[in-house]
Design a protein around this ligand. Structure first.
Ligand code: ADP
Ligand code: ADP
Length: 223
């Protein structure tokens, strides 16, 4: 599904964030990308999402170079504070992308309500994002991405702002949705324990801009 070869990215200020990275992700894989802060994890996701162009190498999605944001892609950004529309209710934020799925208004609302329930926010649908805590806003972003049922889901430190118990629940939710929907998921984290718990495979990045240090399959007893 995803084939990254000799990927490099240099920011306009000359900062080299990624140099010569190779990574292949198969259909339906759940891959964690782990590494220290500043190693290029967010930059990698931005290149895959088509938000920034590679300075070198290429990102192929189902054999085609990524140009612009691909259809069937959902991203959970690390910066949840800028990812929800403040003038829409929480439920409408979650329901909005479903228009691209051609769903009726009633179906969109039902799907949004269900997704909000799954992240433990059944009662927040009528509120506005700015009425919620940071951790709750992050959960709304996760609900929106999961409701969309993307073929490729990119998550950048998606649980960074939630408390420990909620974090465990959300990790399990991602595993459950992954199994049910067979979506391909790349989860970026700096937490090695989380990367091993959630990922079927853990890709370890070294200090920027070295690229992939290790690429390890995780064999866990199925739950
Ligand atoms: P990570 O997500 O692993 O913390 P990033 O991809 O955010 O790493 O950043 C990789 C490197 O690129 C870091 O050294 C960071 O300071 C730099 N960087 C990130 N964004 C920009 C930017 N917009 N302009 C210049 N340098 C950047
Ligand atoms: P992360 O490491 O988790 O990617 P950062 O705290 O490094 O996040 O970066 C937060 C924001 O600042 C990002 O949008 C990133 O692109 C930007 N940024 C990071 N480093 C630089 C830099 N050296 N110059 C300009 N922007 C940067």
């Amino acid at each position: 599904m995803l084939e990254i070869t000799a990927l490099s990215h240099t920011y306009p200020d000359g900062h080299v964030a990624i140099r010569g990275m190779d990574l292949a992700v198969g259909d339906g894989e759940l891959v964690s990308v782990v590494g220290p802060s500043g190693c290029g994890k967010s930059t990698l996701l931005r290149c895959i999402a088509g938000l920034i162009p590679p300075s070198g190498g290429q990102v192929l999605l189902d054999g085609d170079p990524v140009r612009g944001v691909p259809d069937g892609l959902a991203v959970v950004f690390q910066d949840y504070s800028r990812s929800l529309f403040p003038w829409l209710t929480v439920r409408d934020n979650v329901a909005l992308p479903l228009r691209r799925r051609g769903m009726s208004k009633a179906d969109r609302r039902a799907a949004a309500t269900e997704a909000l329930e799954s992240v433990g926010l059944a009662d927040a649908g009528r509120k506005y994002p700015w009425q919620l805590s940071g951790g709750m806003q992050q959960r709304v972003s996760i609900a929106r991405a999961l409701a969309y049922k993307p073929t490729l889901l990119l998550m950048d430190e998606p649980f960074g702002s939630v408390d420990a118990q909620t974090r465990e629940d959300l990790e399990d939710l991602v595993l459950q949705v992954h199994r049910a929907e067979k979506m391909t998921i790349l989860l970026v984290t700096h937490d090695i324990d989380e990367s091993v718990y959630v990922g079927d495979r853990v890709v370890v990045l070294g200090p920027s801009p070295t690229g992939v240090l290790a690429d390890v399959p995780v064999a866990l007893p199925s739950v």
